[in-house]
Design a protein around this ligand. Structure first.
Ligand code: B3K
Ligand code: ZN
Length: 856
């Protein structure tokens, strides 16, 4: 119903219009009679009037449902069927509503609601998928205990909670914890489990099961370990214990995102859980560990305490991302984790926040909630929690979290509830701080310094401003925690890290008793999600790159230096600067630095990052020129470092059996970074050797990447395809690598050719993303001046929209940076955006996204 009426502009929903539902739900009983084409869902829901509600309208959401029968207290009723649901005149006292509906999982390609993936039934209900399963008040503030019976002839049939009965052709599940419908899950199919168990801190035994398709058992060990580590970490760091007899994870090959935190039954994209050294890279292992932790942590931050409405989404997502980031920092390397998180934040969230899709962490309105599972809600949301943590300190943070769980367990809450807890626990006023939730856009923080040698006084003056964003022209000053240290000319730290709390538009901070003019190290650990603007010299950046004791700022200095060099090359035709190349060599040679850190510090700024940097500096970026400059710089780096490469590469060789830990992966990352340079000098000989000898996917793929760079990958690609053609996750890498490494002028044809490969399948989100995600992440290929890249992308978005609107809407973000570019490119993109918008029956998801982008 809803998806088919896009011609009328979809109407936004407003936070200000929130009212509680007129009824409370005391219990939900569901029976599923599974059938691919005609599944019957019988529901029995006990309602009672909500004393806190003014509105007594009884409206239940429902979409794409065939209503067979409805009853109230056992008597047949005829509900009014409306757009998006049904309405009834409900009794003014407690009553039982029953319905029988029919749905067709097999024809559900949106991967929302109940659908089929590879012959197995599975569900995705967040945010509003439950209404595609049965009629229900499908909103997160309606919470209830669920009892589920599944009837069918499949070997495994699972739902949330504890198993309470099973027999020939049926299973039953009871989830005693009241939950919103978005956390409902059902899975049924031919599955096998890795089984394990966990004993909680209070001695409770929990069965753990990780379900996969037969054949994938060998890829489950790592996920299970990650789960147990997460369970222990949440007890230790947050005092949170698991609360059912069983915790299950199921791996599904067709899934719109990474994973889903359904109560007691997490559903995972295979790419976010299956791992083995032969098929997964170190980066895969790290991501899997973080996602397993993230979904597990939702059990408390999201499930036990959920969101009142979807405007509060960051209440669970920002907090849970912060929790998974802290977990990764604890189990791996803190500096490396922080740097990687900031690279991702800048690459995705800053990009969003500085374009047409910029929005508040707590929006005031939305059209399609699925479009708001964004980097801003997640990553900027996590930065906000991190700032709170920084401002109140770890002890008060824990005190406040204890109060949060204590006060709000079992409730559907708001971001205001969250901030009130911090106020009550610490006495601090969060009124100004709340602007971080309500103000979109990335703040700019300008800093100037003043040194008074006669008194030994040093001052830093900060000025903050946030540029206008769509619908929000005026910005108020934010409370910005600026972690700052000072370093003396000989490299000693003369002022340890201190948190400067900026609250005014302009503010000066003074440091006394200094014997020499210090070098400031500002925004250590990236203490606030802002863009720091500071006019400084190359020498000073090189000094900080060499001496800063804060690992984040040390890395940041190197990155700033690289950007400065690239900017000079792009805008002034400068040659690569020796100061940068020397500093890079010194850093790489420094054995006291963790190889993982060195690998990150040698990484070049991405071409999209450079485009934004140039645009911010008032220069219209040309993707081809940026690409060429980056290539020239890479070559210069290789030549400058050539004496270093053989020794350092040898040092990074791992001789022990493969482990996916921080130590080994750091060495492999640096080794492969060096191999990229070596390839520029030896034409790919070393890479060929590695290709032959590599026994794990990290090195194999690293070698392949170098062979692609050297133009010598033909045999390797064929061999790779032959070996892995039956392993979808590995083949995703094969697709992605070819697009990512195509020469700019060939990127369109390479991408097109890959879509003709029999293994390309647009219905599988992983496969579609492996091709088109990689294509849009290749700026010089996507932005070909001919406009061919834009056309190719638009063609496929138009084709995918009727199949899977969520993925289409998300991928349309490829165009979000269009206003950065020259008038010709803008004209070409505008035409493609208009063509998408003119498509018949375009989904609400895509309509909203593309119109927001177009409006810029
Ligand atoms: N909560 C889910 C995301 C649901 C996305 C719905 N379009 C996964 C997560 O954040 O953990
Ligand atoms: Zn989440």
């Amino acid at each position: 119903m809803k998806d088919a009426s896009p011609a009328a502009q979809p109407q936004p929903i407003h936070l200000a219009d929130y009212t509680p539902f007129g009824y409370l739900v005391d219990s939900v009983d569901l029976t599923f009679r599974l059938d691919p084409k005609a599944t019957r869902v019988l529901s029995r829901i006990a309602f009672r009037p909500n004393p806190d509600a003014r509105d007594s309208r009884f409206f239940l959401h429902g979409e794409e449902l065939k209503l067979i029968a409805a009853r109230i207290d056992g008597h047949a009723v005829s509900p009014r069927l409306l757009d998006g649901g049904l309405e009834l005149d409900a009794p003014a006292q407690p009553f039982v509503f029953e319905a029988e509906v029919e749905i067709s999982p097999e024809s559900n390609t949106s991967l929302e609601g109940l659908y089929m993936s590879n012959g197995m039934y599975c569900t995705q209900c967040e945010a509003e998928g439950f209404r595609k399963i049965t009629f229900y008040p499908d909103r997160p503030d309606v919470m209830a205990p669920f009892h589920v019976r599944i009837e069918g002839d499949l070997p495994v049939m699972l739902s949330n909670g504890n198993p309470t009965a099973s027999g020939d052709g049926f299973t039953e599940w009871t989830d005693p914890w009241r939950k919103p419908s978005y956390l409902f899950a059902l899975v049924a199919g031919d599955l096998v489990a890795r089984e394990d168990s966990f004993t909680t801190m209070s001695g409770k035994h929990v069965d753990l099961k990780l379900w996969v398709r037969p054949g994938d058992e060998g890829k489950t060990a790592f996920g299970m370990e990650a789960l147990k580590k997460s369970m222990a970490w949440d007890e230790e760091v947050y005092g949170r214990e698991y609360d059912l007899d069983i915790f299950q994870i199921v791996a599904v090959s067709d899934f719109n995102m990474g994973a889903m935190e359904n109560k007691g039954l997490n559903i995972f994209n295979t790419s976010a859980v299956l791992a083995s050294p032969e098929t997964s890279t170190d980066a895969n292992f790290e991501r899997i560990e973080a996602i397993i932790a993230h979904e597990y942590f939702h059990n408390w931050t999201g499930n036990r305490i959920t969101c009142r409405d979807w405007f509060q989404l960051s209440l669970k997502e920002g907090l849970t991302v912060f929790r998974d980031q802290s977990f990764t920092a604890d189990v791996r390397s803190e500096p490396v984790a922080r740097i990687s998180d900031v690279i991702a934040l800048r690459g995705r969230q800053f990009r969003e926040d500085n374009g047409p899709l910029a929005h508040q962490v707590q929006p005031d309105s939305f059209v399609e909630i699925n479009n708001f599972y964004t980097a801003t809600i997640y990553e900027k949301g996590a930065e906000i929690i991190r700032m709170i943590h920084t401002l109140v300190g770890p002890e008060d943070y824990r005190k406040a979290l204890d109060l949060y769980f204590d006060r709000h367990d079992g409730q559907a809450c708001t971001i205001d509830d969250w901030l009130t807890v911090f106020h009550d626990a610490t006495g601090r006023d969060f009124t100004q701080f709340k602007r971080w939730y309500k103000q979109a856009g990335t703040p700019r923080l300008r800093v100037t310094e003043n040194w008074m040698s006669d008194t030994g006084t040093y001052q830093l003056t900060f000025t903050q401003s946030t540029p206008p964003t769509p619908g929000q022209d005026v910005k108020e000053p934010l409370l910005i925690p600026i972690a700052t240290g000072l370093i003396s000319p000989n490299g000693d730290e003369v002022q340890a890290t201190q948190i400067l709390e900026m609250t005014e538009p302009t503010q000066t901070f003074t440091f006394d008793d200094l014997s020499a003019k210090p070098t400031p190290s500002i925004l250590r650990g990236f203490s606030a999600p802002v863009i720091l603007e500071r006019d400084t010299t190359t020498e000073e950046r090189a000094f900080l790159f060499a001496h800063d004791t804060d690992p984040f700022n040390k890395w940041e200095a190197g990155r700033a230096l690289a950007k400065e060099v690239l900017t000079g090359m792009v805008t002034g035709g400068d040659a690569p600067q020796a100061a940068y190349l020397d500093a890079l060599a010194t850093m790489l040679r420094d054995d006291s630095l963790d190889p993982a850190f060195r690998a990150l510090a040698m990484q070049m700024p991405g071409e999209d990052d450079m485009a934004q940097t140039l645009y911010d500096a008032g220069v219209t970026p040309d993707p081809d020129v940026i690409h060429d400059a980056a290539e020239t710089l890479k070559q210069a780096r290789a030549e400058h470092l050539q004496d270093l490469l053989p020794r350092l590469s040898a040092e990074m060789r791992v001789t022990e059996p493969f482990q996916s830990n921080a130590e080994q992966s750091g060495k492999r990352a640096l080794g492969l970074g060096l191999l990229k340079l070596t390839t520029r000098l030896d034409g790919g000989r070393a890479a060929e050797k590695l290709w032959e000898s590599a026994d794990n996917m990290t090195l194999k793929l690293g070698a392949l990447s170098c062979l692609l760079d050297a133009g010598k990958a033909e045999t390797a690609l064929a061999e790779f395809r032959e070996t892995w053609k039956d392993d979808a996750l590995v083949m995703d890498k094969w697709f992605m690598m070819q697009v990512g490494h195509a020469a700019p002028e060939q990127a369109v044809s390479v991408t097109e050719a890959l879509t003709r490969d029999p293994l390309f399948n647009m219905k599988n989100p992983n496969r579609f993303r492996s091709v088109f995600g990689a294509f849009s992440a290749h700026p010089a290929g996507f932005h070909q001046a001919s406009g061919d890249g834009y056309r190719l992308m638009a063609n496929w978005l138009i084709r995918l929209d009727p199949v899977n609107p969520q993925i289409t809407a998300r991928m349309s973000g490829a165009f979000e940076t269009w206003k950065r570019y020259d008038a010709d490119r803008q004209g070409l993109i505008a035409a493609e955006l208009d063509r998408i918008l003119a498509t018949d029956n375009l989904s609400r998801d895509t309509t909203e996204m593309v119109s927001r982008i177009r409006k810029a």
